[in-house]
Design a binder for this molecule. Sequence first.
Ligand SMILES: [Zn+2]
Ligand SMILES: [Zn+2]
Length: 360
Amino acid sequence: MADPPAFDICVVGSGGGPFETNLSGYLLKPHNAEWSAGIIGLEAGSGQGTLSRLLESRPQLFKALDGASRVFTASEVYSFVKCFLLTHAHLDHISSLVLSAGSFGGTRKRVYATKEILEDLEGYFDWRKWPNLASYDEDDEDFKLLYSLLVLDGKYHTVFPDISVQGFSINHGTNELGPYASTAFFIRSDSHPSKREFLFFGDVEPDSISTTPKTINVWRQAAPMIPHTLSTIFIECSWPSGRQDDTLHGHLTPEHLRDELIALATEVYHTRSGGSNSASRQRPQRKRQKHNAPSSEELRDILTGVRVYIIHCKDQITPHEGSSSESVRELIVGQVRSLVQAAGLGVEILAAEQGMYITI
Ligand SMILES: [Zn+2]
Ligand SMILES: [Zn+2]
């Protein structure tokens, strides 16, 4: 517990649309480094424009290591970004990257994503939808963005000094072209004494309605690290309670998020009760649940020490109770919290709010 923090995160935007002023966009740096020394852009829905608005009310958002506040402009902050890490190429996750690509200051920026997502980005930078400002060529300084393939091969890949990432493909619904995938990232500090990591989900549908469940693979990877090495999870809950499964569009509700956290808790239980040999870990989840599901008593408080930040709540078009972004997020987070409390897992449920400074 005496371990120092590993990461600082500034939440530029945490909503799930449609309001363009609060879309998925997080700035990340090693805790013991200055913002000006380099930043990872984790998603790029909201960007410079939103940050410049945020800085009007919170000019001291970016602290220096000596505790003094540094006043940076939004474009200065984005000039410090060395790379972006994208979960998928839906506009609410990449729009500011496309719009700002021509005006970014600083060095050339790597864009890490899977092959499919990089190809989707190429579709935007096609000289018609937008000028082409990205290339795969390492020596092509004229192009501000450098497409950088992130292979999902069960290994960690260095994306930044002392930070490496392991990605997992996750389901984000099915559309007329077939199943659509997003990505979950384990983001690890390689210089931290405990090699602390956190888990960040792109948009994700419930495993319980997927024909090929994939989130379970993420939970299996996470389970042995909880809570000492891994205690912070960012995951979406786009909709409030009560939404029908056939209208989820590849997203979670509070009930489904609770069920996902029970799936994680079950994996932690199996890990701690000696089920971590690879043969049993690779057994299909459904089979194991049927024969070997732990009781709710066995899962009690098993996720103590884990913090789950709810992200990607969808704004309600019809405002009620003042600001609709805030009220719908409070509604959803409250619903998740009471469902998870009733399940007795011991996990802490928090909202990731725009303008927050989160230390991990
Ligand atoms: Zn989204
Ligand atoms: Zn999406």
